[in-house]
Ligand binder design. Structure first.
Ligand SMILES: Cc1cc2nc3c(=O)[nH]c(=O)nc-3n(C[C@H](O)[C@H](O)[C@H](O)COP(=O)(O)OP(=O)(O)OC[C@H]3O[C@@H](n4cnc5c(N)ncnc54)[C@H](O)[C@@H]3O)c2cc1C
Length: 378
């Protein structure tokens, strides 16, 4: 083992949370190392695959503001790297009128336009969609698709250029908290003033090892890409069932067509599995949904993939600091869109900034067990 290398901050895990945080801290002049077990964006991790939905329509003002910040930050990354990361075609939200009312209020309070759709108007503007009985509809333009692989590539190359020392593939084997944190892998031992634990589904075991166990429930979530070039410029969709029942989301994917998925995962995640086989029964069920809500859409499957995400009990992330450690995990299946804005948020907390109430370690929402099959009602 080589002698101990010294850093200001070590980031454990270089998924969307970790790589964005490492980049932001390096930009602020910190000497940063990021260590990743599988490699940033590897298929075993959460921050993988071609695309993710992005939307401003959240019922919680905190996420509305973070999504607006993220859109600006992704645009800056596009300009800096020449990569095309955002494909914003808007989003139609379908669901119970009361829930959509909450979304609309929170979006409008941020000064963003969101329209209530009348059924006749909706049929004309969105002929590909069929509303369900009793469903209301909303449309907002600041939404659509983040080209996730492109985003991860852009963040990685920018982080390296900003001076982040990226060690991958290399698992962290031990974290020793203290006034200087020591991080050990089988190749090296590193020390820093501060460490960020951003190991996605693997955060649970790492935190338990240092006596900081959290209610985290990793789950396997499936997405189906349709070979549907005719839908590439159409809006994304989120069909919200009654709150707590889960729903379906979808978005256009340039170069492929359209992606659709249920917004709840399945149990059974295991830490050493690097590739998850598609669940063909779930694929059949999502195609049944397609036949009902988007009856004229091509039913040709380009590919179906499964990857892990990590639920907290209340579907809000955990981003909080305890002495020389900051936790940035519990993505609850909806963190990717916030990308570089998460980096800004975590870096602020590393530097002593206040944690938003929604994300605190001592919030009431964390005082129960998390369920891997809970839907993303956020
Ligand atoms: C199928 C699917 C669809 C999704 N759809 C959306 C969407 O439409 N919109 C949206 O906003 N979000 C979406 N998400 C959620 C989003 O992708 C995740 O919230 C986000 O990627 C979580 O990133 P992370 O950095 O927390 O975890 P990860 O990306 O898993 O990163 C953790 C990293 O830690 C590393 N690691 C693990 N153990 C160790 C160790 N011991 N030492 C060092 N490194 C370690 C891993 O290799 C990994 O790279 C979706 C997720 C999935 C799976």
């Amino acid at each position: 083992m080589s002698s101990q290398q010294q850093f200001d901050v070590i980031v454990v895990g270089a998924g969307i949370f970790g790589i964005s945080t490492a980049l932001e801290l390096a930009r602020r002049g910190r000497k940063v190392a990021a260590i990743d077990r599988f490699g940033s964006g590897h298929p075993a991790t959460s921050s993988t695959g071609a695309s993710r939905s992005i939307r401003v329509a959240y019922a919680q003002p905190f996420y509305v503001a973070l999504a607006l910040e993220a859109i600006e930050a992704w645009r800056r990354l596009e300009r800096a790297t020449g990569r095309r990361i955002l494909h914003l075609t808007g989003q139609v939200d379908l669901g119970p009128p009361a829930f959509l009312g909450e979304l609309a209020r929170s979006v409008r309070a941020a000064g963003v336009r969101i329209e209530e759709l009348q059924a006749s108007d909706a049929r004309r503007r969105f002929p590909e969609l069929t509303f369900g009985p009793g469903q209301a509809g909303l449309f907002h333009a600041e939404a659509g698709t983040v080209m996730a692989e492109e985003g991860m590539r852009g963040l990685n190359e920018t982080a390296l250029a900003a001076g982040v020392a990226l060690f991958q593939p290399e698992p962290v084997l031990e974290i020793v908290p203290g006034p200087r944190v020591t991080i050990r892998t089988d190749r090296r031992s590193l020390q820093a003033d501060h460490a960020v634990i951003a190991a996605g589904p693997w955060s649970g075991p790492l935190l338990a090892d240092i006596g900081m166990a959290q209610p985290l429930a990793p789950a396997i979530a499936q997405v189906t890409f349709l070979d549907a070039p005719s839908l590439v410029d159409r809006p994304g969709i989120a069909e919200w069932q009654s709150v707590g029942d889960g729903g379906v989301y979808g978005h256009p994917v340039p170069g492929i067509g359209y992606k659709i998925a249920f917004d709840a995962g399945a149990p059974g995640w295991r830490p050493d599995i690097e590739e998850w086989m598609p669940d063909l029964d779930e694929e059949r069920r999502i195609l049944e949904w397609l036949a009902q809500r988007m009856p004229n859409a091509p039913r040709r499957v380009a590919r179906t993939q499964r990857h892990p995400w990590t639920m907290t009990p209340d579907a809000d992330f955990i981003v909080d600091r305890r002495e020389s450690l900051t936790l940035a995990c519990g993505c609850s299946g909806h963190a990717f869109k916030f990308g570089p804005a998460l980096g800004r948020l975590v870096a602020d907390i590393v530097e002593g900034g206040e944690t938003p109430d929604l994300l605190r370690l001592d919030r009431p929402g964390l005082r129960q067990a998390a369920s891997p099959t809970a839907p993303i009602v956020r």
